[in-house]
Write a protein that binds this ligand. Structure first.
Ligand SMILES: Nc1ncnc2c1ncn2[C@@H]1O[C@H](COP(=O)(O)OP(=O)(O)OP(=O)(O)O)[C@@H](O)[C@H]1O
Ligand SMILES: [Mg+2]
Length: 339
C-alpha cells in the first residue's frame, strides 16, 4: 500500500499544525517523520489514520482519496508512545483484541495470537498480565496487537521513547526486522534524529508544519538543503560567511578573519556546514586556531567544544586536547548553503 499526502493543512483554532504537507510513502517502505516537538508529526500520522480530518488537501491510499473513510475501515494499525494495554486482560487477550473486527481466515484466533507473539519474540508470555511485563515487552504486545488484523499500513508514534536507551536500540532493530518480514508500509514518528537515521528506508524532516526535506538517511545527512536540516539531523557547525568564488577548484569563503576553500562555485552570502567528524587536528586544508572550551568523553572518542573567536565549534576527536588547537577540514567535506 502506498500513501500520499497532498498539500495537507490542519489548524486548531489559531494554532496551525500542518501548513501544506506533501509526502509520498512507497509500498513496503519504512518511512520516518522526524522533527522537533510541535512540528506536526503526530497530526500528520493522525490524518493518515483518519483520526484527524485535514482542513485542506488530500490523503490517498494507493492513489485513492480516503477522505470520508472512517479509521476502522482504513486497515491501519497504530502504536502510540503510551498505548495502554488493557490491564485486566492477559497478553494473549490484548493481542486477540486486535482481531475483534477481523477474525483470522484459515486459522484459529489462538493460532494467530501464537504466531504474533512469536513474531515479536514473546512466545510463552501469553498468560501474563501487562503489569508483569517490562516496558519493552509491553510495547511488543502493543505492536503485536496493532499487527493482528494484518494492516496494510502500520503507524508508529514514538513507540520507543518511554524506554531506556539500551532497550530502545534493541527494540528498534526488532521493529525493523518485523517490518521487513511482513513488508508492511510503515510510518514511524520520532523526534530522535539518531533513531531516524538508523531505522528508515527514507525519512522526512519536518519543521513548523511543513516537510523540510525528504530522502534516504545518507543523502539527507550528507546533502542537507537548508540550515535547519543541516543542524537538526546530526550535529553540524553552521558558519555564516561570504563566498567570493574564483578558486581553481572551488570557491573561497570568508568567515570572520579566516578564508576557507570549499568545493563548488559560490558567490555572496553563504553558510558553510561542517560536521564535527569532518574537523581534524591533522587536516592539511582550511586550518584555523581555536580554544578548547569543554570536552565530553563519549567512549569511542571525545566531543570537543571550541571557542573560535567568539563562535562555538564542535569537533569529534580521538583525544581531548587542551588550550589552543589548530583544526582543519577537507574542502569536499563542507556543505555550502546559499543564504
Ligand atoms: N488537539 C489540539 N488542539 C490544539 N492544538 C493542537 C492539538 N493537537 C496538536 N496541536 C498543536 O499543533 C502543533 C503540532 O502538534 P503535533 O502533536 O502534531 O506535534 P508533534 O510533532 O507530534 O510534537 P511532539 O514531538 O511534541 O509529539 C503543535 O503546535 C500543537 O500544539
Ligand atoms: Mg507527537
Amino acid at each position: 500500500m502506498s500513501l500520499e499526502l497532498a498539500d495537507v493543512e490542519r489548524a486548531y483554532g489559531d494554532a496551525v499544525a500542518l501548513r501544506g504537507v506533501d509526502l509520498t510513502v512507497r509500498d513496503g517502505e519504512f518511512f520516518t517523520l522526524v522533527g522537533p516537538s510541535g512540528c506536526g508529526k503526530t497530526t500528520t500520522l493522525r490524518c493518515i489514520a483518519g483520526l484527524e480530518t485535514p482542513d485542506a488537501g488530500a490523503v490517498r491510499f494507493d492513489g485513492t482519496d480516503v477522505s470520508g473513510v472512517p479509521p476502522e475501515d482504513r486497515n491501519v494499525g497504530v502504536v502510540f508512545q503510551h498505548y495502554a494495554l488493557f490491564p485486566t486482560m492477559t497478553v494473549r487477550e490484548n493481542v486477540a483484541y486486535g482481531l475483534r473486527f477481523d477474525p483470522p481466515a484459515g486459522e484459529s484466533v489462538e493460532e494467530r495470537v501464537d504466531d504474533l507473539l512469536a513474531l515479536v519474540d514473546l512466545t510463552g508470555m501469553g498468560e501474563r498480565d501487562p503489569d508483569e511485563l517490562s516496558g519493552g515487552q509491553r510495547q511488543r504486545v502493543a505492536l503485536a496487537r496493532a499487527l493482528a488484523p494484518a494492516p496494510d499500513v502500520l503507524l508508529l508514534d514514538e513507540p520507543l521513547s518511554a524506554l531506556d536507551a539500551r532497550l530502545r536500540d534493541e527494540l528498534r532493530l526488532e521493529l525493523k526486522r518485523v517490518q521487513r518480514e511482513l513488508g508492511v508500509t510503515t510510518v514511524y514518528v520520532t523526534h530522535d534524529q539518531a533513531e531516524a537515521l538508523a531505522v528508515s528506508d527514507r525519512l522526512a524532516v519536518m519543521n513548523d508544519g511543513r516537510v523540510a526535506q525528504v530522502g534516504d538517511p545518507e543523502s539527507v545527512y550528507e546533502n542537507p538543503e537548508t540550515r535547519f536540516v543541516a543542524a537538526f539531523l546530526g550535529e553540524n557547525n553552521c558558519l555564516d560567511g561570504r563566498a567570493v568564488g574564483g578558486e581553481t577548484r572551488g570557491s573561497l569563503v570568508r568567515v570572520g578573519d579566516a578564508s576557507f576553500t570549499v568545493a563548488g562555485d559560490y558567490r555572496g552570502a553563504v553558510t558553510c556546514c561542517i560536521r564535527p567528524e569532518s574537523l581534524d587536528v591533522n587536516a592539511s586544508h582550511n586550518r584555523f586556531e581555536a580554544r578548547v572550551a569543554e570536552s565530553e568523553f563519549l567512549g569511542d572518542g571525545y566531543r570537543v567544544h571550541f571557542d573560535w573567536n567568539g563562535r562555538s565549534v564542535v569537533a569529534r576527536l580521538d583525544d581531548a586536547p587542551t588550550g589552543r588547537v589548530t583544526l582543519g577540514f577537507d574542502p569536499d567535506d563542507a556543505v555550502v548553503l546559499e543564504r
